[in-house]
Design a protein around this ligand. Structure first.
Ligand SMILES: NC(=O)c1ccc[n+]([C@@H]2O[C@H](COP(=O)([O-])OP(=O)(O)OC[C@H]3O[C@@H](n4cnc5c(N)ncnc54)[C@H](O)[C@@H]3O)[C@@H](O)[C@H]2O)c1
Length: 447
């Protein structure tokens, strides 16, 4: 009997399913991750700026599609990936049948759209942070991912997660170096002030598909300032405007809250509060603080988690400690002391007369959390193997859902009670309305 030919893509898919079911060894083990027969077909959506940070990792694979609203940016990426097909509209790009996996480096207001559409078409996704701009976007991405989690690998682009300090902070907090955990604070001091959307100025150059750049966002006139930043930093020219981003909540907040969340095994909050500078309907707040009640889990009691930005800061444990010297950091308060950390270092501050460390057992060498290795590579290997990543769309969507709920609470101006199962604010109709964004006609979040 003639054997049925198995196409490469089907093989990738069926192997991933079987591996996740524990049936066979990952192909990476069998053939080597970079064997020619074992390469992923990758679409890079958003090919310039942050995308450059992915060129190295995806070079080991077949880059078969390049999509960007700026044709010059496609041309520049095509020098590195000459075999790829070209697209200016990501919806068309995702129709290309041989794509296994998508790396998304576009504007924040398109992330959840591209992530959903790609997963709905059976493609693994690496999506730059933030994963969404609204609570609804975060929840829909999670739902789509959970439906597909036995066949797709996902990763949110919070690559600092691979730093060993994340593991050391987790060990200290979880193992009781500061006693019983009570509260967690994370902050960032980036301050980019803008009065409102830039006014109409000039016309888009021929190579830029401005209407596609706006995509699902409400229409705003062209102004070259949106495109005037250096590679990887241009997001700082649009991410503070409500229709395009969420300011520092989604920007550095995604990274810095990850330092905190990685150590506390948080779930969604049951309440949110927020305060800050006066509300501007066009621009997200620079100065802001948000607070959340996070339920207990199997190793700690319920805790309060707080986010501070743009000059707002938590109180220091002692006056001789200046938290302002840490631009982006986290602090964990326990019954017997504090851990204060930035992305690379940490200090333990014992506190109280009985803080003598007798209660704390340092891990043995074998029990220390093992380094996860390269963050982007973890996703590529997961696509080919066991689908497991450190910042999958379950973890990542919950983190950003909490942060975005904080922005809603800030806008409503009162403490919101939140039903994390239903995704509903139970004590404010206005709060509920603000969980979703309004899109331009013709754009579907979960297409
Ligand atoms: N993980 C990190 O440390 C890190 C660092 C910088 C930026 N980022 C994230 O990366 C993303 C991009 O940031 P950036 O500074 O490179 O921005 P950018 O404005 O330079 O955009 C990146 C590229 O995407 C293209 N693009 C924009 N909208 C598109 C669309 N709808 N379809 C296809 N292409 C589109 C742009 O033309 C550009 O080539 C942001 O979401 C940002 O938050 C993450």
């Amino acid at each position: 009997m003639k054997k049925k030919a198995i196409h490469r893509r089907e093989f990738l898919k069926s192997t991933a399913t079987a591996v996740s079911a524990g049936l066979i060894l990952p192909r990476t083990t069998l053939f080597g991750a970079d064997a020619p027969s074992n390469k992923l077909n990758i679409a890079l959506i958003g090919t310039w700026g942050r995308a450059h940070a992915h060129f190295g990792a995806i070079s080991s694979e077949n880059v078969v599609a390049l999509c960007d609203v700026n044709e010059k940016h496609i041309a520049s990426a095509a020098e590195k990936f000459p075999k790829a097909k070209h697209y200016v509209d990501w919806r068309k790009c995702l129709e290309q049948k041989d794509i296994d996996a998508v790396v998304c480096c576009t504007t924040d207001h398109t992330h959840a759209f591209i992530a959903n559409w790609a997963m709905n078409r059976g493609k693994h996704v690496y999506c730059e942070k933030p994963l969404g701009n609204s609570v609804e976007e975060a929840r829909v991405v999670r739902e789509t991912y959970l439906k597909n989690k036995n066949k797709l690998a996902t990763q949110v682009g919070t690559q600092r997660h691979a730093k060993p300090n994340f593991d050391r902070v987790r060990e200290l907090v979880k193992d009781g170096a500061i006693g019983e955990l009570q509260a967690v604070f994370a902050w960032g001091n980036r301050q980019i002030r803008r009065p409102g959307y830039p006014p109409a100025k000039g016309t888009p150059p021929k190579n830029l598909h401005y209407d596609l750049w706006l995509g699902p966002a409400q229409w705003h006139p062209y102004n070259p300032v949106y495109f005037s930043g250096g590679p990887g930093a241009n997001c700082l020219n649009w991410n503070m405007y409500w229709d395009f981003g969420t300011g520092q909540v989604g920007d550095m907040g995604s990274h810095t809250m990850d330092l905190a969340w990685n150590a506390i095994d948080a779930g969604l909050p049951t309440s949110a509060e927020g305060s800050g500078e006066e509300f501007n309907p066009e621009v997200t707040p620079v100065e802001l603080e948000t607070h959340f009640d996070i339920p207990a889990n199997d190793w700690r009691k319920a805790i309060r988690v707080s986010w501070y930005q743009g000059g707002a800061m938590p109180s220091a444990p002692r006056r001789y400690i200046d938290l302002n010297r840490i631009g982006h950091g986290a602090m964990f308060k326990g019954t017997r002391g504090f851990v204060v950390a930035d992305f690379d270092t940490r200090v333990v501050i014992p506190y109280g007369n009985d803080a003598d460390f007798t209660y704390y057992k340092r891990r043995s060498e074998e029990d220390v959390i093992q380094p996860m290795g390269n963050f982007q590579r973890e996703w590529i290997d997961a696509c080919k193997g066991d689908l497991k990543t450190s910042c999958n769309f379950d973890y990542g969507s919950k983190l950003i859902e909490m942060m975005l709920l904080g922005l809603v609470a800030y806008r409503v101006g009162k403490k919101l009670d939140y039903d994390p199962v239903k995704g509903q604010v139970t004590n404010s109709a206005e709060g509920n309305d603000l969980l979703t964004d309004n899109y331009r006609q013709g754009w579907t979040l979960n297409g």
